[in-house]
Design a protein around this ligand. Structure first.
Ligand SMILES: Nc1ncnc2c1ncn2[C@@H]1O[C@H](COP(=O)(O)OP(=O)(O)OP(=O)(O)O)[C@@H](O)[C@H]1O
Ligand SMILES: [Mg+2]
Length: 648
């Protein structure tokens, strides 16, 4: 993975940001209809939210403090009768209500019309009730539409993220082994889980809310301006101050957020590494040192988190203060205007309500913009991972027809310039059994990794059954070569599933027959549930020997042409060892066999022994010849016989 994709910090240009967005929108394209619906619904909800304060204003201005009436000749709902005239509360009406003693009149244009006070009250109450019902219906609609909106945006999020996760894992599956050497698994896990989760938040919350909040802010400002431009101008400076504060907050929060993230990543990395290596910590009495080390890493995180708390803690109260300041300004200037008859009281009420409504979206939008920033870090990392080119391997290739192996002048390095194999040439006939021995780190396992196509070699040629390994489709190669690894990896599932590796072509009967043919029935019977014994994650509930035996069955059912055995360095008990040896003999009958041996006593009956030292073949021959030569092999052999002698 590139460093760029790995960085914890986010500091990309506007143009790069656009590229990231276009990447995101490509992922969401299959669900664009749903996303559009979601955004439209969200705007609709915002719009609906703007109405109730306006209606309340009308309720106050028209019915609670009805200062103006219009006159009509016909009856309409909620009107009050006086003789042949009807009066109705109206904002621009030219008539007003006056009281004389305990009688009420509506006065205007030089006339006074007597009205019944009870009628006036009835009209006012019915008007207020109508508005209350309207507000109730609006909130009911908001409830249902919000539900639909949430549902659609969550669906878009879940579907998109599900796709991205699948694509990511498929991409990881296609990587060469080299990729896994330089990418620690914890980091890849984070990519597939946390980073995609951030993407989820982006679709389920951030995008929709940025649309909603912008709409709400613009909507409120628009209403305020047209409702009462004077009051609007009074609180305008407060808004500007809020915008500046929000901008500053974004600037500082982004800065501290970045450090917090980096420090948290350090804590995660430390934990992942040390929990998996806990055994070593125990065995070497390193608990206290490790505890101190962790304390330090954790403390770093704590301090940067404190800084973040400071920035966040000051922002919200500040915005809150600005909000009450705006309300104070409104009460101060607004009430004078009301008293002077320039502004209606309902309008002042609506102003104060809208002011209360506008600060939350300002707060949220600032929050969501910084969330968007951190999501973009995740997007960049996911994209970085997906942009790693895949190795070019043919989908189909010639069939491997025999177990013959021909290696010519093979050079290979894991890291540039450090050659692990230096010009290996080796010919193994079909059906021949050879052993590779050598000191630790000599390059033995490397040869098996090259034969199985796990790593690509830089120069030279490696042919299995006349097909060049580099040009062989991996499916073909790995169906013909099978390997019993030094460290057998088992997955959680049953023993049977670990043998078939979930391959439908391998039936239970085939596995049972294989166990029978390898004389391993006794071993399988000794497991609590036979082949249905549950294997824990990584096979931790089985011993090394048991795992090796399972791995031999695994190879046997696939009937490969070439078998490679990378012998475990850890020894097993004598009985299991003889069971392994016996099963292995049966597995390799008539097959080309490469045994990477650590215990030299186990390879006496191979056709040939190849000794490797520092990436080169240094000796070759059978046991007697090599003993006579008195070289590395003879030395290794004598050392081991001495050890065995000591043990027995
Ligand atoms: N994944 C890897 N990345 C980088 N270097 C590696 C990797 N695997 C092995 N090496 C290096 O390549 C060299 C050969 O390693 P190899 O695993 O082939 O040794 P080996 O002969 O199998 O040793 P052992 O007997 O301990 O299993 C060593 O120097 C080792 O450090
Ligand atoms: Mg090895």
């Amino acid at each position: 993975m590139t460093n760029k994709a790995e960085r914890e910090e986010y500091n990309v240009s506007f143009f790069e940001n656009l590229k990231l967005f276009s990447w995101v929108f490509k992922r969401v394209k299959p669900y664009w209809k749903m996303l559009t619906i979601s955004i439209i619904l969200m705007m609709f909800v915002s719009f609906m939210n703007l109405i109730p304060p306006y209606l309340t204003k009308n309720a106050i201005n028209m019915y609670l403090y009805p200062t103006h009436y219009s006159i009509t000749r016909t009856y309409s709902q909620g009107s009050v009768r006086s003789g042949s005239n009807y009066f109705i509360s109206s904002r621009n009406g030219k008539y007003t209500l006056i009281h004389k003693g305990n009688k009420a009149f509506i006065k205007g244009k030089g006339h006074e019309y007597p009205v019944n006070m009870a009628d006036i009250k009835r009209m006012e109450i019915s008007g207020v009730i109508m508005i209350a019902i309207e507000i109730f219906i609006i909130y009911l609609i908001i409830f249902f539409v919000s539900y639909a909106q949430m549902w659609t945006s969550q669906m878009v999020a879940i579907k998109t993220v599900n796709d991205v996760r699948n694509v990511l894992f498929d991409h990881i599956l296609k990587q060469p082994m080299k990729f896994f050497d330089s990418n620690i698994s914890g980091r890849l896990v984070t990519r597939v889980t946390n980073d995609t989760q951030n993407l989820n938040d982006m679709f389920s919350k951030i995008i929709a809310s940025i649309f909603k909040d912008t709409f709400l802010i613009v909507g409120i400002l628009y209403i305020l301006f047209f409702m009462e431009p004077h009051l609007f101008l009074i609180i305008l400076p407060v808004f500007l101050a809020v915008v500046i504060i929000t901008y500053l907050f974004r600037f500082f929060s982004r800065k501290v957020y970045r450090t917090v993230r980096a420090k948290l990543a350090a804590v995660n990395a430390f934990l992942a590494e040390h929990i998996s290596g806990m055994m070593i910590t125990f065995l070497f009495n390193k608990e206290i040192e490790k505890s101190h080390e962790f304390y330090k890493v954790n403390n770093d995180y704590y301090h940067s988190a404190l800084k973040m708390v400071f920035v966040y803690a000051i922002f919200r109260p500040m915005i809150s203060f600005m909000r009450y300041f705006a309300v104070t300004l409104l009460i101060w200037f607004g009430s004078r205007a009301v008293m002077g008859g320039n502004v209606e009281i309902g309008t002042l009420f609506a102003f104060i309500t809208y002011i209360g409504m506008i600060f939350q979206p300002i707060n949220d939008i600032a929050q969501n913009f910084s969330n968007l920033q951190s999501t973009m870090v995740s997007v960049e990392r996911i994209r970085g991972l997906l942009n790693i080119p895949l190795p070019k391997r043919p989908e189909r290739s010639a069939d491997i027809s025999s177990g013959e192996i021909v290696i010519k002048d093979l050079w290979f390095s894991y890291n540039k310039d450090e050659w692990a194999l230096k010009g290996i040439s080796l010919k193994i006939k079909d059906g021949e059994k050879i052993a590779i021995v050598g000191h630790t780190g000599a390059g033995k396992s490397t040869i098996s990794s090259i034969l199985t196509g796990l790593y690509d070699y830089s120069s030279g040629s490696v042919k299995v059954g006349k097909v060049e390994v580099k040009e062989c489709a991996t499916a073909e190669l790995r169906s013909k070569i099978n390997i019993v690894l030094q460290e057998v990896m088992l997955f959680s599932g049953t023993v049977l599933e670990n043998i078939t590796l979930w391959d439908n072509k391998i039936s239970r009967d085939m596995v049972l027959k294989a166990i029978h043919d390898l004389d391993l029935e006794k071993f399988v019977a000794s497991l609590p549930n036979g082949v249905d014994t549950h294997v824990r994650e990584s096979g931790t509930n089985l011993s090394t020997g048991q795992r090796q035996l399972i791995s031999i069955v695994r190879a046997f059912v696939r009937n490969p042409k070439v078998v490679i055995m990378d012998e475990a360095t850890s020894s097993v008990d004598v009985e299991t060892e003889s069971m392994i040896q016996h099963a292995f003999q049966k597995l390799t009958r008539d097959k080309t066999t490469v045994i990477i041996a650590h215990r030299l006593s186990t390879i006496r009956n191979v056709d040939r022994i190849v000794v490797i030292n520092e990436g080169k073949i240094v000796e070759e021959g059978n046991h007697e010849e090599l003993m006579k030569k008195n070289g590395i092999y003879a030395k290794l052999y004598r050392l081991q016989s001495f050890e065995e002698y000591q043990v027995s």
